[in-house]
Design a protein around this ligand. Structure first.
Ligand SMILES: O=P(O)(O)OC[C@H]1O[C@H](OP(=O)(O)OP(=O)(O)O)[C@H](O)[C@@H]1O
Ligand SMILES: O=c1cc[nH]c(=O)[nH]1
Ligand SMILES: [Mg+2]
Length: 224
């Protein structure tokens, strides 16, 4: 178990997560390496969630040599992953390596960058598309978005996810978070476990995380 308890969030402290995040933070890391880094980070975070939050059960197995007892992770079929378009797409690809049978939901949510942040440090969010699977009480829901900046997007996304659902476990998973976003989401949805690889210093006047990694969507999709 390598998730370190923090007051407002849990940190994914696996050395490879930190190594991979450092690589994708680098301005010299180009699109393909950036995208692959996000995939790798998603896989590592998925393994960390399994290690930290999921139980195992003993099972009888027969090897080619003998009968023995092994362990199996419980609840792998009760996982729902929510992909927050668009920057989460490679991150979710990695998560699916850890949870190949997860049900998936998609929410397209974007900040209105032109409107900018209001005096409370929030962005107007446009939600264009919502397609969610059934979320049952027994489910573990992972809402994945590599960047948690002001938290405006995540709050809008969680409104939809929790509209008709009360899952057993709810993880908000990001690669890089700003303190503002963690506090906003933590206040709005206290039942969520906030999981992140790094808590950065601050937001700039445009709502970008500093030091951060820039615009994750643009870097992964090469739109700027
Ligand atoms: O915490 P917030 O201040 O809401 O910012 C975080 C959001 O900003 C980015 O998405 P963006 O709106 O750039 O959309 P994109 O993924 O399509 O680039 C990022 O992927 C988050 O969804
Ligand atoms: O720093 C930030 C903030 C929001 N979205 C990003 O992609 N990066
Ligand atoms: Mg973006």
């Amino acid at each position: 178990m390598t998730i370190e308890d923090r007051e407002e969030a849990y940190l994914v402290t696996h050395a490879l997560a930190k190594d991979t995040l450092s690589k994708i933070r680098d301005v010299e890391t180009e699109q393909v390496a950036f995208r692959k880094g996000l995939v790798k980070l998603g896989r590592i975070c998925g393994y960390e969630i399994i290690d930290g939050a999921m139980d195992t059960e003993y099972v009888a197995i027969e090897t080619p040599m003998a009968e023995t007892t092994g362990e199996r992770v419980k609840g792998l079929d009760d996982v729902v992953i929510i992909n927050v378009l668009r920057a989460a797409t490679p991150f979710v690809e990695g998560l699916l390596k850890a949870f190949p049978r997860a049900k998936q939901g998609v929410i397209s949510a974007g900040r209105d960058e032109e409107a900018g942040m209001n005096e409370d440090g929030e962005f107007p969010i446009t939600v264009d598309y919502v397609k969610l699977p059934e979320i049952r009480e027994m489910d573990t829901v992972i809402v994945a978005d590599p960047m948690l900046a002001t938290g405006s997007t995540m709050c809008a996304v969680l409104d939809h996810v929790l509209e008709d659902a009360d899952p057993e476990n709810l993880f908000v998973l990001s690669a890089v978070s700003a303190p503002d976003g963690l506090l906003r989401v933590g206040d709005a949805v206290p039942e969520a476990d906030l999981l992140t690889v790094a808590i950065d210093d601050h937001l700039d006047e445009n709502g970008f995380i500093v030091p951060g990694l820039g615009d994750a969507g643009d870097r992964a999709f090469r739109t700027k």
